[in-house]
Design a protein around this ligand. Structure first.
Ligand SMILES: Nc1ncnc2c1ncn2[C@@H]1O[C@H](COP(=O)(O)OP(=O)(O)OP(=O)(O)O)[C@@H](O)[C@H]1O
Ligand SMILES: [Mg+2]
Length: 242
């Protein structure tokens, strides 16, 4: 049930200034193990359009608590934007340094990744992995690190994000959950936009409200109700709230 890789549109964005940092040449292209439902394509298109992901920038995908679908949504959005806009360079960056999953999902080595870039061990470009789409790259979180908050608080995080922004048109960050640790707010505060995922029927509204209080209103691009009951096939029903 993998997504097809048909290019449908060249898009209309003016690409930002960017370096021509190459990805590591020795890493073979990889595909994620986690399948996306083909019928979810239209739903992801609706989300990326309404959340403004067709414009350049850095967008963090977060949620109030764990397991609401952040990684699923971030991955789906990155794949769909890359697929629909083949002239746009898209990076899926994993900023959940405590419980990273994307290296395993894409079946690549965990390191080097974001953590190693934040430690100053490698320039961030060394961590980019090519994927099954030529314009989609992955930056995994890296090896588990004893103090993720320290890394995300450091000035190197802002500098690293700035570099990813120069190297790509769109950076989608798979972020930690806002009410689980302070890591998430450190990430969302550095992003241009924030997409909040809510597991419909599971996460109580007061909990969602508490999480939303931690997000700068001007950055909030919308709230994805994940798993809402709907006649629309797929996992994601709609985006609202911006
Ligand atoms: N709408 C849905 N219906 C059914 N299963 C879903 C749905 N959305 C996500 N899942 C599944 O729920 C689990 C958690 O999803 P995911 O890993 O995307 O959440 P997360 O918010 O990134 O979690 P974490 O906080 O642990 O990083 C995964 O197994 C995923 O496949
Ligand atoms: Mg996750």
């Amino acid at each position: 049930m993998a997504l097809t890789v048909e290019a449908t549109s060249s898009g209309d964005l003016i690409p930002p200034d960017r370096d021509t940092m190459p990805a590591r040449p020795d890493i073979p292209p990889v595909a994620p193990r986690k399948p996306l439902l083909p019928e979810a394509e239209e739903l992801f298109r609706g989300i990326y359009t309404r959340a403004g992901l067709t414009a350049p920038g850095v967008v963090a995908v977060t949620s109030a608590i764990s397991g609401e679908g952040k990684t699923t949504i971030a991955l789906g959005l990155a794949v769909m934007v890359a697929q629909d806009f083949p002239d746009r360079r898209v990076l899926l960056a994993e900023a959940d340094l405590r419980q990273p999953v994307l290296a395993s999902d894409f079946d690549v080595e965990a390191s080097p990744g974001l953590a190693e870039a934040l430690e100053g061990i490698y320039p961030v470009g060394i961590g980019y992995r090519e994927t099954f789409l030529p314009n989609l790259r992955l930056l995994p979180a890296g090896e588990p690190t004893p103090n993720p908050s320290r890394l995300l608080r450091s000035s190197r995080f802002a500098a690293t994000l700035a570099a990813t922004r120069r190297h790509h048109d769109l950076v989608i960050i798979d972020s930690p959950a806002l009410l689980v640790s302070s890591d998430a707010a450190l990430v969302t505060d550095q992003a241009d936009g924030v997409v909040m995922v809510v597991r419909s029927g599971v996460t109580p509204m007061p909990v969602v409200d508490r999480a939303l209080e931690l997000v700068d209103c001007e950055r909030l691009r919308g709230v994805v109700l994940n798993g809402a009951r709907s006649s629309v096939p797929g996992w994601v029903r709609r985006l609202f709230g911006f």
